[in-house]
Design a protein around this ligand. Sequence first.
Ligand code: CUA
Length: 323
Amino acid sequence: MMLLQAPHYAQQSMIDPAGTKAGAIDGFWHFLITTSTIVTAIVFIVLFIALARRRRAADPESPAEQRSLTNWVTASVGVTLVIIVVFLFMDFRLGRAIAIPPQRTPLRVNVIGHQWWWEFQYPDSAVPGNWITTANELHIPVGRPVILRMSSQDVIHSFWVPNLSGKKDLIPGHNTETWIEADSAGIYRGQCAEFCGLQHAKMALMVIAEPERQFEQWVLGARGAALAPTDSTSKAGQQVFLTGGCSVCHAIGGTNAGGTVGPNLTHFGSRLTIAAASLPNTKGNLGGWIVDPQRIKPGALMPPNALEPDQLNALLAYLEGLK
Ligand code: CUA
């Protein structure tokens, strides 16, 4: 709730790094863009000088002029080669430097790509099976590396949170790994960066980086079962959820709903967004999504739901109460 009141939303940008890894990539990017800008400027200056001189030259075909040209071209090719080799060397060096996370106790999270949403699992090393399963919002502690073990349920996706890290593909049948780290608390938007079908653009995520203590509190809450509904409307909403089609695809901890096709909704009410960060998590947006998801995200697996108004209201009260 604290986060909802005072979120620091960082603008999604790779040149506004919020962690050591992204900082290293940003540094290299600046080196590339500065060098390229200087080279481009020099090329244009030399081009204009050459054009002006050629007009003034008495005999451009003379052996002396030809020798001079040959020297210029040879020198330019040499300088270009040196620059490319330096780029290559620095690229390899950066790749090695960011391949392995810093030697601090990392957090481990499984990331599973789906068309078109993200599943996050936080294994519990002490109690096997006591996993947190959530969707589209990745909570991480500030200042600690997070190792992401990634796989895909369907096609190739790519995990990209520009403020925290470069891209890494999620490949069906093959686990990949990357790591991220945030140095300051905030909410960082990420985006699937590999075309994965019709709703690729609406496959976003939020990384919520919190101070360690706040993160531990989130973990405690997230490990628990969903809050049982207390008022009659929410209780009716739970019945709509459990007896309608919802529980075939969605799970809610502490109830009979155990579907694994769609996102786990155990603590759905505390999420900031719905439909993979497509829309803010408000009652109005959620109502529109439940009734006709195809209007918001055509091709998504969720079917339309023709609910009576009082059924829909009850269901919305129940879902928004799942903190
Ligand atoms: Cu998933 Cu693009």
